[in-house]
Design a binder for this molecule. Structure first.
Ligand SMILES: [Zn+2]
Length: 255
């Protein structure tokens, strides 16, 4: 099973999919710069609901919940569609409801699976470097487990983002990571030609593994938003004018 595939959404727009998540019977998508661009309006602006609503309809969801991403550590429980408040991760167990996060370079981590009673539970994290060192993915997993998820039956997909080939950071980022995540985080940094690079994929994979996900249940898309700026918006390449791609996941309500 290929880890991450780009498909045509039927309207000539490329969409990213994780086959191992699709196999769970859920709907999900990683959008590309083919659209919709989720970056035109601030998250709390009612106008933001328009492109999100269109994405929800395409995924055959009743609606999608999203947060105002603040590079923090808050995990929100989404129970209704729409703006859920400030936070960097959302989860839900509501049939028909999806959760979404948006990005231009930051990894988005999709998690889905079953509770011990067989019902679906899922979430998404916006794992910017600041949220990653604040353990946003681990915190999302902790909430899912608290809500009854069995970690050995969860699967995760790490969407395209700035990758270790391009994600140059300052020494203060490594200092912060070592302080917050412990000495093991040193393995997520590489030095090349006097520059320092942070492997956010590895840092988030570590949080998923520590939460009890099996190695084979964690798939990294492996596409860099800077190298593949033709496909994905990149804040580092395009600056403040960069659009936003999104990762959304949900369960379709039984008719
Ligand atoms: Zn790259």
């Amino acid at each position: 099973m290929s880890g991450f595939v780009l498909v045509d959404d039927g309207r000539g727009r490329r969409r990213g999919l994780f086959p191992h998540l699709a196999a769970l019977g859920l709907v999900h998508a990683v959008t590309t710069r083919d659209g919709p661009d989720l970056g035109d309006e601030p998250s709390h602006d009612p106008a933001h609901a328009v492109p999100v609503g269109a994405l929800a309809a395409e995924l055959e969801l009743d609606g999608v919940a999203w947060a105002f991403q603040v590079h923090g550590d808050a995990v929100l429980h989404a129970e209704v569609p729409g703006y859920a408040g400030p936070g960097d991760a959302l989860w839900t167990d509501r049939p028909g409801l999806g959760v979404m996060a948006r990005s231009a370079d930051c990894p988005l981590v999709l998690v889905a699976g079953e509770r011990r009673d067989g019902s679906s539970i899922l979430g998404v994290a916006h794992a910017s470097w600041r949220s990653t060192v604040q353990r946003i993915t681990a915190r999302l997993l902790a909430e899912l487990v608290r809500a009854g998820a069995d970690p050995s039956r969860l699967r995760a997909g790490i969407a395209p983002s700035a990758a270790p080939c391009c994600y140059e950071v300052g020494e203060e980022v490594r200092d912060r990571a070592l302080k917050e995540l412990g000495p093991g985080a040193a393995a997520c940094f590489r030095e090349r030609e006097d520059s320092l690079y942070f492997d956010l994929w590895a840092a988030n994979r570590a949080q998923l593994r520590e939460a009890g996900l099996r190695d084979e249940a964690i798939v990294t898309a492996g596409l860099c938003s800077l190298c593949r700026n033709d496909l994905f918006f990149s804040y580092r390449r395009e600056g403040a004018a960069a659009g936003r791609y999104a990762a959304a996941i949900g369960t379709v309500r039984a008719p």
